[in-house]
Design a protein around this ligand. Structure first.
Ligand SMILES: [Mn+2]
Length: 350
């Protein structure tokens, strides 16, 4: 049971219980979600899921090894009584995600010595087991099949918005629980904006097209970016594409357990050479129950990659007013390094 890792953390920080409130941490602890409510993991290794009647039946069926508590009036009051009955005094809470308003509401109703969790639960989540990675691979296969299907609709005259909608629809048809994030499906000069939003612009021959998207399976996210050309690619487009692909391969090569997060970034940046001045974000981010979690492959990071991390490698070159290229894969640092993607990366011209 995953909450056993949180119970161990609870003992390590000398708390009597950990009170989880974020959707991702509740889902991690209970293997159930999404739901509205809170989760309590006690130092003696018990896990309680507090939720209301909208979710209790499903929670009882699906939450693993967890006691489901039906809350009929006032979540905080219910948890306060529970702590009182169990003699729980020292309670760790998610100080990084609870708002000031909700903490003050909680503090008023629940009498406890509050301990800040900081990033400690996120650090646990950042080391994935193979069951979690299986979910991420399922999400990735859905996304890649959807992408293959959408290629049939990519032609001059179709708008970015129409293609983004088609991709989302295909992912959902194939079993995705939704989209990992708002799908980016942009073309031509819009591709110079790393997180450009699909518009009413129609695709034109000679456009670069950047698609950044993901599916969700059991709460776990996939994340992939491909850039391709419609009709033809100029020499400059090919040169930039090759530079980004080379940087991405160098970045992936550098990712490994024990390696500082800044090293893959530096390798990719060096590989970009003269195009490096157009690479304006970090090289990658951890991914899992949240689309951005864990470490960042940033030149400012002091973190060290660990076995079990799952992290994106996504260099880009964005030339304002002209075009941009980004290529993104997800890498799992297992016994060996595993690239979760199967979609090829040679420049594709549709
Ligand atoms: Mn990403």
């Amino acid at each position: 049971m995953r909450y056993e890792k949180i119970a161990e953390l609870c003992r390590n920080i000398s708390a009597d219980a950990i009170l989880l409130s974020s959707e991702e941490n509740c889902r991690y602890a209970t293997s159930f979600g999404p739901f509205e409510g809170m989760t309590v993991v006690t130092a003696n290794g018990e896990c309680y899921l507090f939720t209301d009647m909208r979710y209790t039946e499903a929670a009882e069926k699906n939450a693993q090894g967890v006691k489901v508590v039906a809350v009929t009036e006032g979540m905080h009051k219910h948890i306060a009584d529970f702590f009182c009955n169990k003699g729980i005094k020292n309670v760790a809470y998610e100080d990084l995600s609870v708002t000031v308003a909700s903490f003050s509401a909680m503090e008023q109703k629940i009498d406890a010595n509050w301990i800040k969790l900081g990033t400690s639960v996120n650090k646990i989540r950042n080391v994935k087991d193979s069951l979690e990675v299986d979910c991420m691979i399922k999400a990735q296969r859905i996304a890649e099949t959807a992408f293959e299907n959408v290629k049939n609709y990519v032609k001059a005259g179709v708008t970015e918005k129409q293609l983004a909608a088609r991709l989302d629809y295909e992912m959902n048809l194939l079993g995705s629980e939704g989209v990992s994030f708002d799908t980016i499906f942009i073309s031509g000069s819009n591709t110079s904006m790393p997180h450009g939003v699909p518009s009413d612009k129609a695709l034109e021959n000679g456009d670069f097209i950047t698609v950044d998207f993901g599916a969700v399976y059991n709460g776990y996210h996939s994340d992939m970016t491909r850039t391709f050309a419609l009709g033809y690619a100029t020499d400059e487009m090919r040169e930039v594409y090759d530079a980004v692909l080379n940087a991405q391969l160098e970045g992936i090569e550098a990712v490994d357990a024990g390696v500082p997060c800044k090293v893959p970034y530096e390798r990719a940046m060096t590989a970009l050479g003269k195009w490096g001045k157009y690479f304006t974000h970090s090289l990658g981010h951890g991914v899992g129950l949240a689309i951005h979690e864990g470490y960042s492959l940033s030149p400012k990071s002091d973190d060290i990659l660990e076995k079990g991390n799952v992290i994106t490698v996504e260099p880009g070159v964005y030339i304002p007013g002209k075009f941009g290229v980004r290529i993104e894969d997800v890498i799992w640092i297992a016994e060996e390094k595993v690239n979760l993607m199967k979609t090829p990366k040679e420049l594709m011209i549709l």
